[in-house]
Design a binder for this molecule. Structure first.
Ligand code: ATP
Length: 705
């Protein structure tokens, strides 16, 4: 029997911090270690001062050491850390690896917190009735709290105190407690971690490290070295842990059959796209033998589809990749209809031709009632399009719930010619709005009984798709196991309007999950972004409300900087100075994001005049990391992207929300403002480490304190 060898996620992080020469040696050592950890070339030394007697040190070179868990019993070796000799020893002296007796997960504990907990225990200072008084010790342990650290949890009195546990507890335990403290039901928390309190757990041998490594939840931190593909993925890009180390809920969503459509929600940066990509890979691997079938991965924006395709290349073998089609829905529809002999020319919002057609149609506007032009646009988007109203008869029957102005039969008859004429104008010009294109495609598939090759469809950015898009998607794959996997976040809805999946034939009941751990932004940035949306109720893409509770980022950093400058030059000056303080590498990982194209032009001039390198990321360009210089992009364009540093600029009164609206319909005004808030939320949540939010003159109401 070969020994069981594993490598911890921290090992990769620690290697990245070593000088280049030692990085290479550490990787070489890892290769030797993984081939044969008992090789005579590896000399295990005990660490006298270590509390965990299973920890050993091994030589990387004269000055550098790796720390390995090599228990006496069992043939198990786990590579944990690499550092300078003394630092490596110090790391080891402060660590204890334990197998959780209730859930069998291998956990890394810090000795100082074990001591702190022990002191509390001895001084009998544990609170009698803390915040988690209703949860028994055994159940807390089952949720991931190490037995040794229970006193730290018992002394927590208030929800706000839970944050102190962030650095003291293993991530899974902290996450579970933070969710409970925020008001997520215990039932939901248990389901996230697949934990049941009803049954006795299987007998767990707390010395059996080999079995602990096989526990799916240990895979969040430990990679079995026999998994060549995963190891290669980590060696290629050790920073990109998403390629291998998944959160327990991410794993649960990815690696199993689902008996119908699954919906995954989650705030910005919670790994929705990551889950969907791993899921696509898994589904493609399951159907590899079936040469004629395909997995479709579709998105709302073209750019995200390109990014996803690039990322899939890093985790999929070529034959797996060939099974997955990645394409945004509009492009799919266009390609499909072209092939069927019904070429489509899309027309989008603000298209000049489309405006002209509107102008022609609005000539037929009745004198009485005197309705604004925006009324007609809104009526089209809210009533005519969603309900497929094609004739006056249809319009008489259409529901107009939530529309500000009442229209009786006579008034509907009076305004109808405008819509009729607009539709005729589109037809004459051979143009299709996306909603019409989806509807036509659906109807063609149905009438011709066209069989598509998809066994599964994955949908990203689901919040921006409308009803017709989802009806089409439902039709594109048969109702079957693993048919649909939908990820989205209504808080980031910046294009579409609310949709109810159930009304599009997509039944997700019992298969709805929420990712809550933010892997992108610091907690400080996340909180600043969430504050923009405070008090607004967002939907869950079905018939419910998606509450922003229980979310956490495990990273901490500086508070976002919110500033109001006297004028635009002062704001630009601040950004330039701040950029100058960054290294060229870091400048390329920074982005200036603004609401309007005129602001893009303004910043282009500022940067050009200052001779500062920049790279504009626009509709037709991707964020190509080969280009030097700060990135410049609109808030719409940064959706789906991420940057170490964000300068969200020009957040002024009149710019956010943008005053384009001359509507007097309160629903429309509210929706517009909500979308603008979401846009700012999207922009701020692109920041990984630092975010500056600024404006000049009068700040936007969204950030005025
Ligand atoms: N398990 C993981 N381990 C490490 N990093 C992860 C993990 N899952 C996701 N990430 C990282 O978190 C960041 C956000 O992931 P992703 O883009 O999938 O989130 P998202 O929910 O789709 O975000 P958004 O909705 O804001 O676009 C990315 O940098 C990704 O690599």
């Amino acid at each position: 029997m070969h020994p069981k060898v594993a490598i911890s996620s921290d090992f990769f992080s620690s290697v990245l911090k070593l000088p280049k020469a030692q990085q290479e040696k550490a990787v070489k050592f890892m290769e030797l270690f993984r081939q044969d950890p008992t090789s005579p070339g590896i000399n295990y030394e005990s660490i006298q001062a270590a509390r965990d007697k299973n920890l050993r040190s091994v030589r990387i070179d004269q000055a550098y050491r790796a720390i390995v868990l090599a228990p006496e019993r069992g043939d198990v070796y786990i590579l944990l850390w690499a550092d300078k000799h003394d630092d490596a020893y110090e790391w080891a002296c402060n660590k204890v690896l334990k197998i959780n007796p209730e859930n069998g997960v291998l956990q890394v504990l810090e000795s100082q917190y074990i001591d702190e907990a022990e002191q509390l225990r001895q001084a009998d200072r544990q609170a009698q009735a803390g915040l988690f008084v209703d949860i028994r010790d055994r159940h807390l342990i089952r949720l991931g709290v190490p037995e040794e650290l229970l006193p730290l949890v018992r002394q927590i009195q208030m929800p706000a105190d839970v944050d102190a546990l962030k650095i003291k507890l293993p991530d899974e335990a902290y996450e579970a407690l933070a969710m409970i403290a925020d008001g997520v039901s215990l039932e939901e928390v248990l389901s996230v971690y697949d934990v049941s309190l009803q049954h006795e757990p299987a007998q767990i041998d707390t010395n059996d490290f080999a079995s602990a490594l096989d526990n799916p939840d240990s895979k969040r931190l430990f990679l079995l070295a026999s998994d060549d593909e995963a190891l290669q993925a980590m060696l290629d890009a050790p920073l990109e842990k998403w390629r291998v180390f998944l959160h327990p809920l991410q794993r649960k969503l990815v690696f199993r059959d689902w008996n119908g459509p699954v919906r995954v929600l989650g705030g910005a940066g919670t790994g929705k796209t990551v889950v969907a990509m791993h899921r696509a890979k898994w589904l493609a691997e399951q159907t590899l033998q079936d040469r004629d079938t395909r997995i479709l991965f579709t998105t709302f924006t073209k750019n995200l589809a390109v990014d996803i395709e690039q990322n899939l290349k890093h985790i999929c073998a070529p034959e797996v990749l060939r099974k997955i089609e990645v394409i945004n829905l509009d492009a799919w529809v266009k390609r499909f209809m072209d092939k069927q002999g019904y070429p489509i020319k899309f027309t989008f919002f603000n298209d000049q031709k489309k405006r002209q057609i509107w102008d022609n149609a609005l000539v037929l506007k009745p004198d009485e009632p005197d309705l604004s032009e925006s009324f007609f646009h809104e009526e089209w988007e809210k009533v005519i399009q969603p309900q497929n109203v094609n004739s006056l008869e249809d319009y008489f029957k259409a529901r107009r719930v939530g529309r500000g102005i009442q229209l009786n039969r006579a008034l509907r008859k009076a305004v109808w010619p405008v819509f009729e004429n607009y539709r005729l104008g589109l037809n004459d010009a051979g143009l299709k709005e996306a909603e019409d294109a989806y509807r036509d495609t659906l109807s063609l598939i149905q009438t011709k009984s066209i069989k598509l090759p998809y066994t599964s469809i994955l949908v990203d950015e689901a919040q921006d798709f409308g009803q017709n898009a989802f009806k089409l998607i439902r039709q594109m794959v048969n109702e079957r196991q693993n048919d649909l996997f939908i990820v989205g976040d209504a808080h980031q809805r910046i294009y579409g309007s609310k949709v109810v999946l159930g009304q599009c034939g997509i039944k997700i009941i019992g298969r709805s999950y929420k990712l809550r751990i933010n892997y992108r932004t610091t907690e400080q940035i996340r909180l600043a972004a969430v504050a923009i949306l405070e008090g607004i109720a967002f939907d869950d893409l079905d018939n419910g409300i998606d509450k922003q509770i229980g979310y956490r980022s495990l990273m901490s950093g500086e508070l976002p900087l919110v500033q109001c400058f006297g004028n635009s030059q002062e704001e630009a000056q601040f950004i330039l100075e701040s950029l100058h303080a960054l290294s060229p590498d870091d400048q390329a990982k920074a982005c200036i994001s603004v609401r309007r194209h005129v602001d893009i032009d303004r910043y282009k001039s500022v940067l050009t005049d200052a001779g500062f390198p920049f790279y504009q990321v626009d509709q037709n360009t991707l964020d190509d990391y080969h280009h030097p210089g700060v990135r410049l992009a609109t808030m719409h364009r940064v959706k789906g992207l991420e940057f170490d540093t964000m300068y969200v600029a020009g957040v002024n009164d009149g710019v956010l929300p943008l005053t384009i609206l001359n509507s007097d319909d309160p629903t429309i005004i509210r929706e517009h403002e909500q979308r603008e808030r979401s846009l700012l939320y999207v922009a701020i949540t692109r920041a990984k480490r630092f975010c500056s939010i600024s404006g000049f003159g009068t700040l936007s109401i969204f950030i005025r304190s």
